[in-house]
Each structure stands twice: as C-alpha cells, then as structure tokens.
Write a protein that binds this ligand. Structure first.
Ligand SMILES: N[C@@H](CCC(=O)N[C@@H](CS)C(=O)NCC(=O)O)C(=O)O
Length: 210
C-alpha cells in the first residue's frame, strides 16, 4: 500500500494519528495542498477527486476517504484495534465516526471554506470549482456550538467515545477539536466532560500534536 496525504490538513491528520497510535508506518507521499499539488496530472491519476488522503493498494485499487483508509490500515495492522472488538462495537465506531464527520467536521469546514479568501471559488473539496456561500459561516457556528454540547453530554462518565478502549471515534473527535482552531474556535471551558476527555486523549496519543 502507498499513502498520499498532507499531514497538516484535517482529514489527512486522521490518518496521521491512526499511524501514530498504532505505531506503524506506511510508504507515504506528501501532496502539498498549499502548492496545489492535488490538481497535478500525476496526482489526478491516483485520485481523480483531487483530495487527500488516498491509499493505493497492491492490485491498483484506491481508497479515497479517511474512514475507509483508517479501517483498512486497522485490518492490516491489528495491534491496538480501533474499529471495535466485535460486530456491535464496530458498528458503533462507524456510527460515531460518521456523526463526527457530519456534525463536527462539516460545520467547521463550512465556516472555513466559505469565509477565507484562500478558498474563494473552492468552497467544496473536489475537481469542480464551487463558489462560497457566506451564510454558511453562521450556520456552521450554530451547528458547532451544538456539537460541543452533544459531545460534552455524551462523554459524561465515559473515558472514550464508544467503549472502554480508544477507537477511531476518539481520533476523529480529537481531529475535530484541533480543526476548530482553524476557525478560531475551541472546546468551550464549561464543556467539562469534553475538556477532561481532550486532555486525557492527548496523553493517549503520547502528546503528539502538529
Ligand atoms: N471525503 C474525503 C475528504 C478529504 C478532504 O476533504 N481532504 C481535503 C484536506 S482535509 C483536501 O484534499 N482538500 C483539497 C482541496 O482543498 O482542494 C475523506 O473523507 O477523507
């Protein structure tokens, strides 16, 4: 397998932390988004969606969403499993990672990509240019505030998002928390369960932060 990624970006960071947590390495090429390398013919031949991360397999197949890549890496390196230890846990991890993407990652992405001059006409990731809709900034903020509250309530009495060991859902929540800084937001002080989880999960990741 070969990973195409750009470690500082939010979705690639999910894979960065998966590899760190599991203590494994895969051959990697960094696609510099700041230099627009995602639009190069060479990378388009890997992932026509012009996004990272992307993982190519030995038989030529390509995975181009962070969740699928994380799941595949987990299956190939089963130490420290992050997709559950049985069918129900596995389904719960997918349930939560999906929620975290839709309700946590997407509002921040809307706030970022509909505001910044840098993303003018690039409001949505992909090969087609999409104009910004400034109203989505306020909508994103509304959704993000609710997201913090939902996660804070969920984490009451829990060490991890899904079960009694860290899973992909914890890695994803951690990445959402980090991504929020891109729009000058952060976990609210009064969200004490979420704050507690954030500090302890940072330790789980060994203080790795980028
Ligand atoms: N559906 C993909 C989305 C990946 C994605 O949005 N990647 C961003 C970086 S976080 C990207 O490649 N952006 C390229 C661009 O902005 O043109 C996934 O789940 O991994």
């Amino acid at each position: 397998m070969h990973l195409y990624t750009y470690d500082p970006a939010p979705n690639p960071k999910r894979i960065y932390y998966v590899l760190k947590y599991k203590g494994v390495e895969v051959p990697t090429t960094q696609i510099d988004l700041a230099a627009q390398e995602q639009f190069s013919d060479e990378f388009k031949a890997v992932n026509e969606r012009c996004s990272v991360p992307a993982l190519t397999l030995e038989d030529g197949r390509v995975l181009c969403s962070a969740l699928a890549i994380a799941q595949y890496i987990d299956s190939q390196f089963p130490n420290k499993p992050i997709f559950g230890r049985d069918d129900v846990e596995r389904a719960e991890v997918i349930d939560w990672t999906h929620r975290l993407f839709v309700d946590g990652y997407t509002p921040i992405q809307d706030m970022l990509r509909n505001r910044s001059k840098h993303f003018e006409n690039r409001a949505v990731v992909g090969r087609v240019n999409v104009p910004q809709i400034p109203d989505l900034i306020a909508r994103g903020k509304l959704r993000l505030d609710d997201f913090w509250q939902v996660m804070d309530e969920h984490l009451e009495g829990r060490d991890f998002v899904v079960t009694d060991i860290p899973t992909m859902a914890d890695i994803d929540l951690y990445c959402v928390c980090e991504f929020s800084a891109w729009v000058k937001e952060q976990v609210p002080e009064q969200a004490s369960n979420l704050q507690r989880w954030l500090h302890s999960f940072k330790e789980v990741l060994g203080g790795v932060s980028r």
